[in-house]
Design a binder for this molecule. Structure first.
Ligand code: SAH
Ligand code: SF4
Ligand code: F3S
Length: 444
């Protein structure tokens, strides 16, 4: 069978798609381009209205392949699948599998059954009361960068957010299972691991936890021989423990970067969002992080135009951005999601005003990003090469990678294959969103 996976949404969907690819390939299926595929798997996101709408337009496009051949079918997974469920079957008859977060582990078997029985439809939408472990491929090599799920779901119910409804309650994996998967990945060639969860800092603090805190998990994984880089995402500011902050000054392969979504710089808005921290506490955490790890790069998520956000609240967010000087940020206009608390809140901010605030904020971020990148010029950096760069030149091959802080670095080299290698570079120039380096010494 030939399959094609289309991925939307966060890194957890990317990780699910990677696992599905490996699992299907190990069953003898082959990855194919869109026009060649017999089975399409779509992993979806419903965090805002726009990504949700993308799914419907994509299914409109996939319909043309299904119309041409009765053997072509589609599986829809992820957060929109969990939200809309079997309704997909009524609107799009060529969708023969819908699966939610906890159903992912069963998808390869389900796809095999569907391929053998054209009359069948399968729904894997139930939430389970434990983390469903997935079969781990044994042999073969993996890419230098790999993701590892450490938990599923979220218990925070921030007022704007649909994730606790689409991903279910928080369920931590056992630390032994996580560490064993990390060890196997490093053995098979991974040099950088990113631990994933909606709220990794509360790892272990649910009834499935085995007594291991997130800080101890980081320590165990950091000690795996051969692991060069360790990262994690996403962190909730209310849950980041002092031991995790100090880990940035202690664990040599823990990358000096942290994505710490602030959402707003106004205490009134943070309270209405149900974020359970104040601006002052957030800034204390930032100060402490910079004390233990002065070179740490900080990134964030911000929502503008949350219901009731005044001009002063918005100014407070801008002021916080000036103070923290994030390396980069993801910013969004507040988007109503079905069934969340904020949907029923009064004083919705008009669309044009949300757009205006977003533009002001993004312009400020762009300026800070440019200044922060320019400050790197002249320094040395270790770069893990991710692949060929979009920048090209007739004589040399241009490569693209990231430094320890997560900044994109492009550099040229006559060496024909550097993907997955580490190189030392001197930063010679800064662009709008990336750095340019010159390679020094041998790759390793
Ligand atoms: N678990 C992560 C974030 C998950 S969603 C965390 O807690 O930080 C990713 C980002 O989408 C959020 O940080 C938030 O900034 C944004 N987001 C979530 N719901 C939204 C909504 N209804 N409207 C606009 N942005 C939203
Ligand atoms: Fe959503 Fe809040 Fe959970 Fe993040 S912590 S996934 S924003 S409910
Ligand atoms: Fe989107 Fe679901 Fe991730 S809503 S952001 S795919 S958890």
């Amino acid at each position: 069978m030939r399959f094609h996976i289309l991925t939307f949404g966060c890194q957890m969907n990317v990780a699910d798609a990677d696992w599905l690819t490996q699992s299907l390939v190990s069953r003898g299926w082959t990855e194919a381009g869109e026009s060649d595929a017999q089975v399409f798997v779509v992993t979806t996101c419903s965090v805002r209205e726009k990504p949700e709408q993308k799914v419907y337009s994509l299914l409109g496009r996939l319909k043309s392949y299904a119309d041409r051949s009765p053997d072509v079918f589609v599986a829809v997974g992820g957060c929109v699948a969990q939200q809309i469920g079997e309704e997909f079957w009524n609107r799009f008859p060529f969708v023969r599998l819908v699966f939610g977060t906890d159903g992912t582990a069963m998808v390869p078997q389900a796809l095999e059954r569907l391929a053998n029985d054209p009359a069948l439809r399968i729904s894997l939408l139930d939430f389970l009361d434990h983390y469903p472990e997935r079969e781990q491929p044994e042999g073969g090599t993996v890419q230098a960068q790999a993701f590892v799920n450490i938990m599923q779901g979220c218990d925070n119910f921030c007022a704007y957010c649909i994730v606790p409804f689409t991903r279910g309650r928080q369920k931590s994996r056992s630390s032994d299972a996580v560490v064993a998967e990390c060890e196997a990945l490093v053995r098979r060639g991974a040099r950088e691991l990113t631990l994933l969860g909606q709220n990794v800092n509360s790892y272990g603090q649910d009834k499935h936890g085995d007594g291991t805190s997130f800080a101890s998990l980081l320590e165990r994984i950091s000690a795996i021989p051969g692991l060069m880089r360790l990262k994690f995402t996403t962190s909730h500011p209310k849950d980041i423990a002092p031991e995790v902050v100090t880990a940035f000054g202690k664990l040599p392969n823990l990358c000096p970067q942290l994505h710490l979504p602030v959402q707003s710089g106004s205490d009134a808005v943070l309270k209405a969002m149900g974020r359970k921290y104040t601006r002052a506490r957030y800034l204390d955490t930032i100060r402490e992080l910079r004390r233990v790890c002065p070179q740490i790069t900080l990134t964030t998520d911000i929502i503008v135009g949350f219901p009731g956000e005044t001009l002063q609240d918005f100014e407070d967010t801008l002021e916080l951005m000036r103070e923290v000087r994030y390396e980069s940020s993801f910013s969004f206009k507040y988007s109503d999601r079905p069934g969340v608390r904020a949907e029923k809140m009064d004083f919705k901010v008009p669309e044009e005003e949300k757009s205006r605030r977003l533009a002001v904020l993004q312009e400020m971020q762009d300026r800070i990003t440019v200044e922060e990148l320019a400050a790197q010029v002249g320094s040395m950096a270790e770069v893990l090469v991710e692949g060929p760069s979009k920048m090209q030149d007739s004589e040399y091959i241009f490569w693209r990678g990231r430094d320890g802080g997560g900044r994109i670095v492009n550099f040229s080299s006559p060496i024909p294959c550097l993907t997955g290698r580490m190189v030392r570079v001197r930063i010679v120039d800064a662009k709008k969103h990336s750095l340019v380096g010159e390679i020094r010494g041998e790759p390793w």
